[in-house]
Design a protein around this ligand. Sequence first.
Ligand code: S3P
Length: 188
Amino acid sequence: MPLQREGDVTEDARSIALIGFMGTGKTTIGRAVARKLGYEFVDSDHVVERHARCTIAELFAEVGVEEFRRRETEALRELAACPRLVIATGGGAVLNPENRALLREGALVVLLTADPWVILRRVGDAQTRPLLTGYPDTLARISSLLRERQPAYDLTAHVRVDSSGRSVDATATRIVEIYTRQEQRSTP
Ligand code: S3P
């Protein structure tokens, strides 16, 4: 049952965008948030995959990272214009200043964080994550990419929520509380 009470937020209320590194739970937690609010859930990676008719790993192999990033921006342009969505973004979406602006303008941007070893456990053998494959030490690769990206995550986020020690449900409930409070405050 949606947690949100009728009349809590308006018809054109902002969307919620989840940003953060691979394995921080954007998709799983995003689905739970959407269910609680009665909003539609969309994953920008899935939009890119649907348009390309192949997986992200296949797309990276076929067209490379730059073309993937271009398509990712196209997907975010589409999604950021819609109200009342829960959007899970790819871990590198915040690297592009246009994406950062699109997300901040159209949504409450929530940064999900998790410790590097929690991320390592969640991404498993990393075969579906092209930016982690081919490195002898996956934990070292995760830590170095995280350090490199931290400034972009911080620039984009309105709020941050750590998912390391919390259940999916507890993290989603926390996000819904923050969102509902913020939307009520921003409603005239
Ligand atoms: C990427 C993260 C992936 C996907 C692509 C690139 C990144 O999404 O967009 O492999 O640059 O961190 P997830 O964060 O959903 O795994």
